[in-house]
Design a protein around this ligand. Sequence first.
Ligand code: T3D
Length: 261
Amino acid sequence: MPPPILASVEAGVQTITLNRPERLNAFNPEMHGLLRQALERAADDDAVRTVLLTGAGRGFCAGQDLSERDLGGDAVIDLSVTIETLYNPLVRRMRALPKPIVCAVNGVAAGAGANVALACDLVLAARSASFIQAFARIGLVPDSGGSWVLPRLVGRARAVGLALLGDKLGAEDAERWGLIWKAVDDDKLMAEAGALASGLAAGPTCAYGLIKRALDDSETNTLEAQLDLERDLQRKAGLTEDYREGVAAFLEKRKAQFKGK
Ligand code: T3D
């Protein structure tokens, strides 16, 4: 069997491909484990300055592999265990990663698959791709951060509609609603996502990490607390080599050569 996650690093971009195309890249424990490993590498390895996440085949990810949830007979399963041990750590790892994550949604993103895509920083989707909060269709509630991120991205009215109805939202509507960054032509998706990831990999990595933190913390901070945080983060950013290079390049009227340090 081919590995359920493919990962490689080139020119600062770690490309991670969900690779169970026959199941629309639905999650099983092995895929969770390998994805986690790849993201730990992204966190620890200075050679990785941006992550590009995508799926193999015609889907991005169909969420939990439901064939592992055959509840024949009177079997009872405590789903909080997989949420606590697999999905929640995954989303926490992604949000806390101090490097940008670009997502190239190549096809349907359903259930936890949709919300893992939305946990990325810049989400591009092929025009033929779609997002489905499939949970209520099978009697579940949005997980992997969906109930948190949806109302913040699209507002409560649309979040309620998506979560209760479980309807398919096409990529162009997802862009129009503010759920994702951009819908792009199918045949241009990987080139455009790759160019975006490469550009970010040549950028000021520390500043990007601090920007992610500032935006995430703003969700719960007061303005007062956020102003304090901005002061502290700006202090850190101002101590980086990349800041010195950015200012020097501006003054010398040349393109900055950021090293991610
Ligand atoms: O359980 C826990 O640990 C709790 C955590 C839950 C997190 C969750 O993600 S819950 C939500 C789980 N996901 C879903 O409910 C989505 C199920 N899939 C679908 O509704 C549809 O497949 C799609 C709308 C995503 C795509 O439809 P379509 O018509 O394009 O494709 P298809 O024919 O349904 O699927 C193609 C194959 O992939 C098919 O296999 P086959 O018949 O060719 O052998 C199908 O069974 C398989 N597949 C698709 N999704 C899953 C799956 N197999 C296992 N698990 C899946 N989630």
